[in-house]
Write a protein that binds this ligand. Structure first.
Ligand SMILES: [Fe+2]
Ligand SMILES: [Fe+2]
Length: 433
């Protein structure tokens, strides 16, 4: 752990002025809740603040830590490396943060992260105990506010533990704790609190306060990066929703078909072992595959009869129009494949599709969308045709195996058919037999 009991721990900045603030007492108010009405002083838990450390000192403190404890430095570097790899994966990041906390601060029994809702309120975003449980949590509103306002990490403990009424003392389970502000690039947006609620685990000292100060600074940057990634994701998601809505306004049938194709594609893709960002990109591509139909004339798109050759030609441009529209959106690196995955949904194994791709030049994701697309078109009724049976639809897919569709993807589709019938169409799984 950082520093530990090493007397050299602070030697790197022994001649600097350290802003230790000693002993003051505050009433405890439950976080985000009005202060409890107490009947007597015995009902008011009091905390003793032992030390504080300005967050602005973190760079200097960090330097001292890194040169004085190689093991702690290694643990910390591993933490920052794992955070970088987790990127926008919030659940994984919280697990990394929790694992690091309980390893680097072995006396810690509970970890709390809270973010600002507004100037007065905090909302807890993570509460973990060493045992992995999610305990109920209370914090000192006063000390959290002071930590954020003054940008200081504070080490405090309960005072007069044995005098209070345990039912009404908010922090009756806390023995010692450190609260530190989470300060991002521009502002403080929350707090980190580490508790020791079992006296047998020991107490925190000045060195722990320094280590938490450094940890909180890096944690703030990690959480801020996560928030940016989530906002970017939301921006793209809302763009996709807007596009689907515009397709719905143009032709509700095509929009409903797109949603079914998306659902089928996800089932088959997961069966084939696709996951992570590949699955995420395919999910968006499947939903948007027919977006180019907005460029198809209504008299063709909504014609209540079979299309003529000329009309089929006009309709066949829609996959390239899908690419044209989707290409105008900015995607994060892992989703840059969306426009072409969607646009290739009418490519054929024998190279006779709109782009002329063949065989394995067609991405697997596009092959899945193509089969899902065809199957849904066949078993859905249209104004100019009745719905085909599942058996007849499968027969058409089989006849096109190797020419239009990849036989291996058709096999995967068939394996998933019972699930597709129940989950996508709400029909009995037996229809797949
Ligand atoms: Fe299409
Ligand atoms: Fe389609």
């Amino acid at each position: 752990m950082f520093g530990g009991n090493d007397p050299k721990f602070l030697s790197g900045f022994a001649d600097t002025k350290v802003s230790w603030v000693v002993i003051f007492r505050k009433k405890i108010e439950e976080l985000g809740v009005e202060p409890k009405k107490t009947k007597s002083h015995k009902n008011e838990a009091e905390l003793t603040v032992h030390h504080s450390r300005a967050v602005a000192d973190y760079a200097m403190v960090q330097e001292g830590l890194l040169v004085s404890d190689a093991k702690a430095a290694h643990l910390f570097m591993r933490f920052t490396d794992e955070c970088a790899q987790a990127r926008g994966d919030e659940a994984r990041l919280l697990d990394i943060i929790s694992a690091y906390t309980f390893q680097a601060f072995p006396q810690t029994t509970h970890l709390v992260l809270a973010t600002k809702v507004d100037a007065r309120k905090l909302k807890t975003t993570m509460v973990r105990s060493r045992e992995g449980k999610t305990p109920s949590v209370t914090m000192s509103k006063t000390l959290a506010k002071r930590a954020m306002d003054e940008k200081v990490a504070i080490l405090f403990s309960e005072a007069d533990q044995d005098q209070g009424d345990s039912e009404s003392i908010v922090l009756s389970n806390i023995r010692t704790a450190i609260v530190a502000p989470l300060e991002g690039a521009n502002k403080v947006f929350g707090i980190l609190q580490l508790d020791i609620r079992e006296s047998s685990k020991g107490i925190f000292g000045k060195k722990d306060l320094d280590r938490v100060t450094v940890f909180a600074r890096h944690l703030a940057l990690v959480l801020e990066t996560l928030r940016y990634a989530q906002e970017q994701s939301k921006a793209l998601e809302s763009t996709i929703h807007a596009l689907v809505h515009s397709l719905f306004l143009k032709d509700p049938d095509t929009a409903a078909h797109s949603e079914r194709v998306q659902a089928i594609t996800m089932i088959v893709a997961q069966y084939l072992g696709m996951k992570g960002t590949d699955l995420e990109a395919l999910n968006a591509a499947a939903l948007l595959h027919d977006l180019g139909k907005q460029g198809v004339h209504d008299k063709v798109l909504k014609k209540p009869a079979r299309l003529t050759e000329t009309e089929i030609q006009h309709m066949s441009h829609h996959s390239k129009l899908t690419e044209t529209i989707l290409d105008k959106i900015y995607y994060p690196e892992h989703l840059k494949s969306v426009p072409l995955l969607a646009a290739y949904h009418h490519e054929k194994m024998n190279g006779t599709g709109p782009y002329g791709l063949s065989g394995n030049d067609i991405p697997t994701g596009s092959k899945i969308i193509s089969i899902a697309d065809c199957f849904d078109a066949l078993i859905s009724p249209r104004v100019y045709k009745k719905a085909m049976t599942v058996a007849a639809s499968l027969d058409i897919l089989d006849k096109g195996a190797g020419k239009a569709w990849d036989p291996e993807v058709i096999a995967a589709f068939k394996a998933c058919l019972p699930e597709i019938m129940t989950q996508v169409y709400g029909r009995p799984a037996e229809e797949a037999a």
